[in-house]
Design a protein around this ligand. Sequence first.
Ligand SMILES: [Fe+2]
Length: 507
Amino acid sequence: MLSRSHTPLLSHAYTNIPSPTNRFKYRPPCIVFVSRSNGEGLERRIIQKKREQERLAACGDSSELPFLEKIFNILDRAITEFLDPPLHFSVDPAKILSGNGAPVDELIPTKCEIVHGTIPSCLSGVYIRNGPNPQFAPKGPYHFLDGDGMVHSIKISHGRATFCSRYVKTNKYLFEKQVRPHVVPNVIGGMRGLGSFIARATLFGARVLFSGYNIGKGIGVANTNLAFLGGKLYALCESDIPYAIKIKDDGDVITLGHHDFNGNLSMNMTAHPKIDPVTKEAFAFRYWATRPYLTYFRFDKDGNKQPDVPIYSMKQPSLTHDLAITQKYAIICDIQVRACPMNLIRGEPLVGVDQTKIMSSKNLEFPVINPAYIGKKNKYIYAAIADQTQSGLRMMRASGVVKLDITASSEEGEDQHECTMASRMYENNCFGGEPFFIAREAENPNSEEDDGYVVSYVHHESSCESRFLVMDARSPTLEVVAVVKLPQRVPYGLHGIFIRENDLYQM
Ligand SMILES: [Fe+2]
């Protein structure tokens, strides 16, 4: 534990890539697109080849690819066919991108129908959630986290709601859309063996040279989280520097661009910076494959990045994902999710779980607290109940939400259920993701910690309808007080944030 002005700390992990146990014969992914607009459901199946042809046509290409690109595509297939280890379900695009894992198209700001209750006035602002949504059907192994970032926002004003879905216009997204698809390989899904790793890295280098891709502008997908830092909103992914985005008056989301904080952030940073709700300072870090494996830094209240502080006590690379702060310290945990180069030689994923360092058997995900209690002693945690019923997507979809009172388990050996003081299971075949807590009176210092609402996007897999739920955080059943029917499906994703109306005006 380190003084937060000088040092760091860490995390939860949603990535679990088991070792392959069965050999799957690779097949071109079949993506199921499910869209629902204005109450009319429409399902269509588009195979990889057709979608790529459409995309290429949209890019201005003819059906005839340049000769060199044809060679690259042949090499791509050869790597998948002859060098990749057995295709595990966790990187099988046909499984990852099925059902509500399938990508959706962008949607312009669209009015929503409130189908139950009334949206509380304290929710005036924007709830916006990030997640992977690949622009093109993947070639070869694809991990859930490889997809291009898309944000799904719901802007609430005077009790009315407007929804929109927009890609984060990253360097990768724009180049692949405007010049050439598939230039950047699937970084996580493709790192599953030394031979295929070297081959893909070489092929990436050749594609960069051939296409003119500016690697200096980043290869990140900005698909993990959002942060409101120094009065600006950012889309984050821990493999790149942030992308500044902005929410317009009409609810649309635009990408302002790669943001290096006046040249002071030249490398990647965590997708989970922590903002002190009182001082407005932000605390962050980056992990890396070589020493120093961990580097800590902070931003002042105006978003100015302060100098790096290398942390040499970290003895090996670790996918340090998150951190916590107190009034004096930043706390970063050395977690069991490892990036081990030896795994490539063994034909295993570069990233894996160290099965010796197990922290908990509890199956909860996406924990959040009242943001006003970041850096303070808190009592309540809200978390998603991870779905156990379908192996392909179980890591990313939740069958319900719980409210935990962490003071109830202070005695060693106490049962986990004694921490659960409220819970809600979604209806059959309905799944959500990360919950988010929104205080009822954010400016009232005397508010109770749990005086507010828990919100989340959910998707009904039978009706193919997505909804925005508002739940009373103080209710023992997390009673649903408002339901907004969304004009488009929201795929399962990652982390979100709520920006209050007053902060929107200052962006
Ligand atoms: Fe995360």
